[in-house]
Design a protein around this ligand. Structure first.
Ligand SMILES: C[S@@+](CC[C@H](N)C(=O)[O-])C[C@H]1O[C@@H](n2cnc3c(N)ncnc32)[C@H](O)[C@@H]1O
Length: 258
């Protein structure tokens, strides 16, 4: 079986749009998982995916890279705090924020902390956080992190919103937790809700093919309000934002013009 044949079969079996991901990355991840489980070839790997639920779950877990941390790329979060959020709250009675591919929740919770620090009332905003990986969503909902995830959290904020709970474990404050609603969603397949003032999708575009990225940019832009902001990861760029009706405003922030 060739890798392309394997990829097509797995896409159907797991109901995943593997075509949108960069092929060499998918291939590397599959072979490293096969080595770990001592699976001989692609045929055996596919058979095991069909028969062994634990292997199937491992495959999905291994395929989705969940690296995340609070205030990842602090300069971008400063721009969010000092420019983007104040403007959004000035211009809108209610601000709707979507963290797409949110991983363990550190990203949407970072935004909730910033808004709380701004003194904005909870009924003036909504934060939805989605991911394809059900295991990481369970972790996100618990809101317990290790010190690695908190490396970029300022001391004053860490003291205020995190309580030590066991060795190298820190529990996030309930008031922040309840500001974020988590849901399962595959960004490559499912329909998007419209009317978001801010869409945050960071460190997910890097895994996609050019076509996959363009499609997602188009669909995000359609889901934004006008004006509205798209916030990407620090190494992710939209080369011709004008094509999508977007304008780069700073680093990885793009505005849908009204
Ligand atoms: C590297 S993490 C990024 C986390 C966070 N946004 C950040 O920048 O710190 C990428 C996330 O994308 C999720 N993911 C992968 N494929 C996805 C898909 N098709 N739909 C939604 N989420 C997906 C993974 O489960 C993972 O949690």
């Amino acid at each position: 079986m060739t890798f392309l044949e394997f990829k097509d079969l797995v896409s159907k079996e797991l109901d995943l749009r593997l075509d949108a991901y960069k092929l060499n990355r998918v291939e590397r991840r599959v072979y490293s998982l096969m080595r770990r489980y001592q699976v001989e070839d692609l045929g055996d790997c596919f058979q095991r995916l069909q028969e062994d639920q634990a292997f199937k779950e491992s495959f999905i877990k291994h395929f989705t890279i969940n690296t995340s941390e609070f205030f990842r790329n602090p300069t971008s979060f400063k721009f969010l705090e000092n420019v983007v959020l104040p403007k959004l709250f000035q211009e809108n009675e209610k601000v709707r924020i979507w963290s797409a591919a949110c991983s363990n929740g550190s990203e949407p919770y970072s935004v909730a902390i910033l808004i709380k620090e701004m003194g904005v009332s909870p009924d003036r905003y909504e934060i939805l956080a989605t991911d394809i990986d059900p295991f990481i969503l369970d972790i996100a909902k618990k809101g317990v992190y290790n010190s690695q995830a908190l490396l970029r959290v300022e001391d004053k904020i860490a003291k205020k919103y995190f309580k030590p709970s066991g060795e190298d474990r820190f529990q996030l404050d309930e008031k922040i937790k309840k500001q974020v609603r988590f849901a399962h969603q595959d960004l490559l397949k499912e329909k998007f809700e419209k009317g978001w003032n801010l869409i945050i999708c960071r460190n997910f575009f890097i895994y996609l093919t050019r076509e996959g990225k363009d499609n997602l940019t188009r669909r995000f832009t359609q889901s934004l309000t006008s004006p509205g902001i798209l916030f990407l990861g620090n190494t992710e760029f939209i080369f011709e934002p004008g094509i999508f009706g977007l304008k780069k405003i700073n680093g990885s922030f793009y505005e849908k013009s009204s």
